[in-house]
Design a protein around this ligand. Sequence first.
Ligand code: ATP
Ligand code: MG
Length: 414
Amino acid sequence: MQCGIVSIGNELITGQCVDTNAAWLSRQLAELGVPTVVQVTVGDDVAAIAEAVRRAMARFGLIVVTGGLGPTPDDVTRAALASALEVGLTEDSDALAQIEGYFDRIGRTMSDSNRVQALIPAGAKAISNPRGTAPGVKIERDGGTLFALPGVPAEMRAMFGESVRPFVEAQTAGRCILQRRIHCFGISESRVGELLSDLMKPGREPKVGTTAADGVISVRIIASGASREEAVALVAADERAVCGRLKVAVFGRDEQTLQAAVGSMLADAGLTMAVAESCTGGLLAKYLTDVPGSSRYFSQGWITYANEAKVARLGVDAALLERFGAVSAEVAEAMAAGCRERAKSDVGVSITGIAGPDGGMETKPVGLVYLGLATASGVSSKRLLLGAHLDRSEVRDRAARCAMDWVRRHLSQR
Ligand code: ATP
Ligand code: MG
């Protein structure tokens, strides 16, 4: 079963109100294993609503419409539904009783305009609204089911819970939906797409897709099984395939972060780590120590922004700074070796670069960052060009993550 959502209201298409209903509905339905294929927004216009509803009913097994069920003349959803179905409107006695009951409860008399809300398309069913006057409408036609709910978010949510959710659950009875995310770093989203192209083909089950945030590429696997065991097995098979193809780029799954992955590798190997940071100003140390229990492997860090600090605190040779500049492979290596030695740690990591927006030159542009890595087997450096499309905070963030990823990849080779 797939879903189409139709959001109705002039306030939505004029930008006075943001359509949060469609986003909320799609999330809820996804958790129930029903993907939303289309979301459309239309104004309070009978012909436009009828057209959107007809199209959605022709394509989807489930259609959820929100808005325009109120008592005022601009609320035309009921008339539009009748037009889409080519039937008339009839007064529904259940709906009228509900509206009267609502006004009884709040101690007010019902006005004639509220009576309009009891009009529903012939053959449709009124569904109760526990929080307001406007009853919803349920229509079954050609194997598809449409629910029309009020636009007010609290009413819409309450009615979804009372009417739509149980309906969907009954349709998908017993099926189990499982989701797994596999996180990678140091690989582009397009490369991941190439490596997983057959798994990501539209229509394939389980569904496999990617998202990218802060340089982390996450592969999402969603499997639906007739039982929990079946869904578990489907997810596991795809997870093996994904990890087998993305290899060392994979650092974790679900809630696991890059810093937690590095941390557990250091802890498992019984190694300690120290950092020396220039352009990231302590961000690398912050990330590493965000992880509970990081004192097992994180020993200390230096923020050596000024050249004199690099010399005095880390023992960087002033001649290197003079000759190659602070943002150089030579200085990155000296910083890494210096912090490793002074902290007496197994691993020393350094970051020096130009975070911008100013300070770039032709030979050393904004986004140029050198990482240094010192271990028992020697010292090396890595040059990153984090590009003009990242702003200052993004350059710093990416530099810190790249440093953690380098440590992770280094440890995974041991
Ligand atoms: P009522 O009986 O309360 O009038 P209704 O079905 O007529 O119900 P609308 O008039 O369409 O509801 O919307 C009422 C209010 O609900 C809007 O002014 C807006 O603030 C909010 N609303 C409507 N649709 C949405 C939506 N898709 N996302 C977020 N808010 C919405
Ligand atoms: Mg209204």
